[in-house]
Design a protein around this ligand. Structure first.
Ligand code: C5P
Length: 294
């Protein structure tokens, strides 16, 4: 019997909150093709979850409403196992051996939907494994492991409100964003991020607006998601679902990331829940989730 079985210290769990781009301005393009962004990002109670246990050999399993899509699509390679392997290599290089682990992903968020998904899962895996292995890593090394996994992984590692610049790795925390009540809405059609970026003709768009103290709502009203137009051109359902959120009384409706998920901001959690119920009745086959920022 292993020590863990005796102590009962078995499982490490980390939430993988959904990432919402409240504003996303594309301001340029690097020589390597990656786009320069300025984005205001927040995170929600709605999300996936990562569970880690000791095991005789590394394993990975998935459950949840969207697990089949992942299982079918990735042939066993995914951002969670890549995060595990990259972190293990980084720790090995500083003389920290790591035990094999069974990782379980609870997949609650739609796949390829502009709200973090895989990036949030990868970031939660890094946080969970560091705790589970009781490992120490230089913050800059961790940041580079995160960025190697994807441009959105560093912000998901933070999982609190922030403004990100560069391709997403230059992060400035935002302390005074008010709690927001949201409905996330997705027509359950996966969108390819590279495809949406390719379809964005104008790469040099205006920066995020200047914010007056406390004026977040004005800031949001004056900002945009530059990827919304190409996503709507590719997938008409994005316009349709955004219109449905407006009809439910959202004070602001916008797409997150490269889509197709749109969010509506409501004045209370109760109003968001009522909108979710109404939207589900209208389109039982689509994804609607009332949630709040964390
Ligand atoms: O970094 P990640 O793997 O999430 O990005 C997926 C793709 O999206 C990239 O290969 C690139 O084509 C595009 N992308 C971009 N500019 C960014 C982030 C992503 O062009 N800032």
């Amino acid at each position: 019997m292993r020590a863990d079985d005796i102590t009962g210290a078995v499982e490490t769990t980390e939430a993988a909150p959904a990432k919402i781009n409240l504003a996303l301005h594309v301001t340029g393009q690097r020589a390597d093709g990656y786009h320069l962004l300025e984005t205001l990002v927040t995170f929600t109670e709605a999300g996936d979850a990562i569970h880690v246990r000791d095991a005789d050999a590394d394993t990975f399993s998935i459950s949840g409403p969207f697990s089949d899509l992942l299982r079918a699509g990735d042939g066993g390679d995914n951002l969670v196992t890549r995060a595990r392997d990259l972190l293990r290599d980084a720790l090995a290089s500083t003389g920290q051996p790591t035990r094999p682990v069974a990782i379980h992903l609870e997949k609650n968020l739609p796949v390829a939907s502009g709200i973090g998904g895989g990036s949030a899962d990868a970031a939660a895996t890094l946080r969970a494994l560091l705790r589970h292995w009781n490992a120490v890593i230089d913050p800059q090394k961790l940041a580079s492991v995160a960025l190697a996994l994807g441009a959105d992984v560093p912000m998901c590692l933070e999982s609190r409100s922030l403004i990100a610049r560069g391709i997403g790795e230059d992060i400035e925390p935002v302390a005074d964003l008010p709690e927001l009540f949201l409905v996330l809405a997705n027509p359950l059609k996966a969108v390819s991020t590279p495809e949406i970026f390719r379809r964005l003709l104008d790469k040099a768009n205006p920066s995020l607006p200047v914010r007056e103290a406390g004026g977040w709502m004005e800031f949001l009203a004056q900002s945009r998601n530059d990827l919304e137009a190409p996503a709507k051109a590719l997938l008409p359902e994005v316009s349709e679902i955004a219109g449905m959120l407006s009809q439910e009384g959202a004070s602001l409706v916008r797409m997150s990331g490269s889509g197709a998920t749109c969010f509506g901001i409501f004045h209370s959690f109760d109003a968001a829940q009522k909108a979710e119920t109404s939207l589900r009745n209208k389109r039982p086959d689509w994804y609607f989730q009332a949630t709040r920022t964390i």
